[in-house]
Design a protein around this ligand. Structure first.
Ligand SMILES: *Cc1c(COP(=O)(O)O)cnc(C)c1O
Length: 424
């Protein structure tokens, strides 16, 4: 089974004779054993199995295994949110006194996690523009740099990451590249094929696809050789006192990074997904390949229509030939540029608000990547506290509308946009 379409439908769970065809929801916090010795082996990580759902649960593991296959990875785990996935992915290898290089073009919640919260924990970040030169990227590294981070398609800036450039720089410095692949999904881009080492997801977005469950996922390619950089990653390459002296990289090979994140971080922080949410996620994954195709097709049509409309000042969508990231998208996203389009309405802030108020199909929501079309005006919502000058510095102009194009008929969506623009 190798084609992504087949993995979306049947990956991660292969029922045996007489077993349920659909992934069972194992809604149990605990698992029973005959002897204390049996259970002890699980606690020593000597045997594989389930004992407490804070660490692992079969329903969650089936969904994680499917995403792992979709990305072409070696091991994966679910988390309760995308925020938890990005936190664990970085904190698993960078702790107090360490440093990380990150693209400046990332999700606002991730920026806050890195620049404010993790900074308080003693992890320093240097942010670089995604289209920086190799020299600028090189200059961001320090002796204590432990990872490089970026987003395939950035939310909300819609920049496309040059994964090969960032991976090469990371590897020159003996550290892994972590890529948040939320907006592209493995249907449109598999970052491991371009040199990324670890991939994260907010499964809340396209993977779930129906705005039903918040969740996250971390996938490890298994390609990064921790033992070749023992001094940089002591957490993986020296004995863990909290697990009777296990050395993860020596003992678990390609599974070391995910085993450590599960055994230490999930044990201690407990950002556990619920089996029910993992079940809903898996249903979303079953149609992801079909939905992504339609999201891309609809967004491309909407972007082209907006570009030709006299009341629209500008459009950003990397599927458009004139877009600054079009060449990058042709390389990394040949099947499409996801369903999110941003654009400016002539007349600025007031015009954007009026336009959105008149949309009938596109709902105003702080959400993206949903089957239903939704839109957001950052200047009057997520970035409301900023004045027009501050907005410009943040790369969010006052007229910017972020439209997440859903799975409705593109003719209906374009008609809806036209009637809302007519109200201006
Ligand atoms: C939404 C999002 C996140 C955060 O995920 P949650 O599931 O909301 O915690 C992280 N990265 C990207 C790119 C996102 O779009």
């Amino acid at each position: 089974m190798s084609h992504i379409d087949t993995i979306c439908v049947q990956g991660g769970y292969r029922p045996g004779n007489g077993e349920p065809r659909q992934v069972p929801i194992i809604q149990s916090t605990t698992f029973k054993y005959d002897t204390s010795e049996d259970m002890g082996k699980l606690f020593d990580l000597e045997a594989e199995g389930y004992f407490y759902s804070r660490l692992q649960n079969p329903t969650c593991d089936h969904a994680a295994a499917k995403i792992c296959e979709m990305e072409g990875g070696a091991a994966a785990m679910l988390t309760s949110s995308g925020q938890a996935a990005n936190f664990y992915a970085v904190f698993n290898i960078a702790t107090c006194g360490d440093h990380v290089v990150a693209s400046s073009s990332i999700y606002g919640g991730t920026y806050n996690l890195f620049a404010v919260t993790m900074k308080k924990m003693g992890v320093e970040f240097t942010f670089v523009a995604p289209d920086c030169t190799e020299e600028e990227l090189e200059a961001a590294f320090r002796p204590n740099t432990k990872a490089v981070f970026g987003e395939t398609i950035a939310n909300p800036a819609l920049t496309v990451l040059d994964i090969e450039k960032f991976a090469a720089a990371a590897h020159r410095h003996g550290v892994p590249l972590i890529v948040d692949n939320t907006f592209a999904t493995p249907v449109l881009c598999r970052p491991f094929e371009w040199g990324a080492d670890i991939v994260t997801h907010s499964t809340t977005k396209y993977m779930d696809g129906h705005a039903s469950a918040v969740g996250g996922c971390i996938v490890d390619s298994g390609n990064f050789d921790w033992m070749a950089h023992t001094e940089k990653f002591p957490g993986l390459t020296t004995p863990d006192d909290s697990y009777h002296g296990i050395t993860y990289a020596a003992r678990f090979g390609k599974g070391a990074y995910i085993t450590k994140a599960t055994a230490q971080l999930m044990r201690d922080f407990g950002s556990t997904p619920s089996p029910q949410s993992a079940f809903l996620l898996n249903i979303g994954l079953e149609s992801l390949h079909v939905r992504m195709q339609r999201h891309c097709e609809n967004a491309q049509a909407v972007a082209e229509h907006l570009q030709s409309h006299e009341k629209i000042a500008w459009v950003r969508y990397s599927g458009l030939p004139g877009d600054p990231y079009h060449a990058m998208a042709e390389k990394y996203l040949p099947l499409g540029s996801c369903g999110v389009v941003s654009f400016g309405v002539k007349g600025g802030r007031a015009a954007a608000e009026t336009f959105m108020k008149h949309l009938k199909l596109g709902a105003i929501a702080t959400h993206v990547a949903d089957a239903r079309t939704c839109c957001l005006h950052p200047a009057s919502s997520t970035h409301r506290q900023m004045n027009d000058q501050e907005l410009l510095a943040a790369g969010v102009s006052a007229d910017l509308v972020r439209l997440s194009v859903g799975l409705e008929s593109k003719e209906d969506l374009i008609a809806d946009i036209d009637q809302a623009l007519a109200a201006l």
